[in-house]
Write a protein that binds this ligand. Structure first.
Ligand SMILES: Nc1nc2c(ncn2[C@@H]2O[C@H](COP(=O)(O)OP(=O)(O)OP(=O)(O)O)[C@@H](O)[C@H]2O)c(=O)[nH]1
Length: 353
């Protein structure tokens, strides 16, 4: 088996935005290929043979670009597209003048060029600017070109169609890249905030949420409870029934925890089989009642088909807002330890804060 360095194995996979880009480039490439096929016939019919032949070269360039895209060389394909569009725009403007709007394709390709991630941003911007300057220069160079083009009377509708035809792929590609960037950003934020097995908040992200909940409760004079919860004899489940069953228990328990907290509460996978709940706007008495309902629900739950039950022990402490979180957490943890010592499957409230 060939050697694959681990870092390369993990990070060099094409990301989703890149995949979306390749898909869009391919769609645009087929769109342009069809367009140039049409141009071959249109220019042949209007006896502008040089442009008909140029369009045969354009079709070949777009076909080669599609081939490069299929090989995974999207940056090379984009460069081929760029050269083709530039050469084609300049040639058509030199032959027919500026009335028909073939110069606007330079704007589209200038924008697409910025999506070539293999180009340093500064170089990509410089090249795009060169294309825009070329666009402006074409007016100086070819504004007075006079031709006996058979479609001369249709210059205005052709100009209109060209603006539309070259604007469409630009809006389409940039709109989709924007959307997939947005989706990927959301996915990354979720990955950074959640535990992958249980989908509860992870410990790192939860600390930020807990501090925010604390200052909001302090500001609104609301009480707040911190709960430490731990599955009982979980090691036995793993040892006797396997890690997969252990994982299933963790997932089901997490779902039950989620169902027993409100939107403003915070449910966290704190460690392996240890969970933290922060109950917002909740007194100690209310917390004890809610935890008792939760404890009974868990006790009744069946896992692994119907053959397995699991229980949980709880420790709860009222968070006096003047105290730091770490002190309240320690109180809840001590209370949990008492629940374990009392025989598990029970709830203990910390005596004072
Ligand atoms: N299946 C599975 N097991 C895990 C995971 N994380 C931690 N564990 C297991 O959780 C078990 C925790 O065991 P202990 O700390 O001894 O606790 P316990 O058996 O629940 O005993 P008590 O807490 O005293 O009731 C260990 O066997 C860990 O391997 C996980 O993501 N999946």
């Amino acid at each position: 088996m060939p050697y694959v360095p681990i870092a390369q194995h993990i990070y060099s996979q094409p990301d989703e935005v890149e995949l979306v880009k390749v898909k869009l480039f391919k769609q645009v490439a087929y769109y342009c290929l069809c367009l140039h096929l049409l141009f071959i016939f249109a220019f042949w019919y209007s006896q502008v043979y040089i442009l008909a032949i140029a369009n045969i070269a354009s079709v070949a360039a777009w076909a080669m670009g599609i081939y490069l895209l299929n090989l995974g060389h999207s940056h090379l394909a984009l460069r081929v597209f760029c050269v083709e569009v530039t050469a084609h725009s300049v040639l058509v403007c030199a032959t027919l003048g500026m009335d028909y709007g073939f110069q606007y394709y330079l704007w589209t390709i200038a924008c697409m060029l910025l999506l070539d991630m293999k180009l340093k941003l500064r170089l990509a911007i410089t090249l795009s600017l060169v294309l825009i300057v070329l666009f402006a220069a074409l007016f100086e160079l070819f504004n007075d070109v006079q031709t006996a083009f058979v479609f001369h009377d249709y210059a205005r509708p052709i100009h209109f169609i060209n603006v539309f035809v070259c604007g469409l792929p630009m809006i389409y590609v940039i709109g989709h890249v924007r959307e997939s960037t947005f989706i990927q950003r959301h996915q990354l934020a979720t990955l950074a905030a959640r535990d992958p097995l249980t989908n509860l908040f992870n410990r790192r992200y939860a600390k930020e949420l807990i501090l925010r909940a604390h200052s909001s409760c302090a500001h609104n004079d609301q009480s707040l409870c911190v709960v430490m919860a731990d599955l009982d004899h979980f090691k036995q489940i793993n040892d006797q029934l396997g890690h997969d069953v252990g994982d299933e228990v963790l997932q089901t328990v997490s779902n039950i925890l989620r169902e027993h907290v409100t939107d403003q509460d915070i449910a966290v996978r704190w460690g392996g089989e240890e969970f933290l709940l922060v109950l917002v706007d909740c007194t100690l008495e209310e917390a004890l009642q809610r935890l008792e309902t939760l404890r009974q629900t868990l006790e009744k739950q069946r896992f692994n088909g119907d053959e397995l039950t699991a229980t949980m022990s709880f420790g709860v402490a009222l968070w006096h807002t003047a105290l730091p979180f770490s002190v309240t957490l320690q109180l809840a943890d001590d209370a949990l330890y008492s629940s374990k010592a009392k025989g598990r499957n029970c709830i203990t409230a910390a005596r004072s804060g």
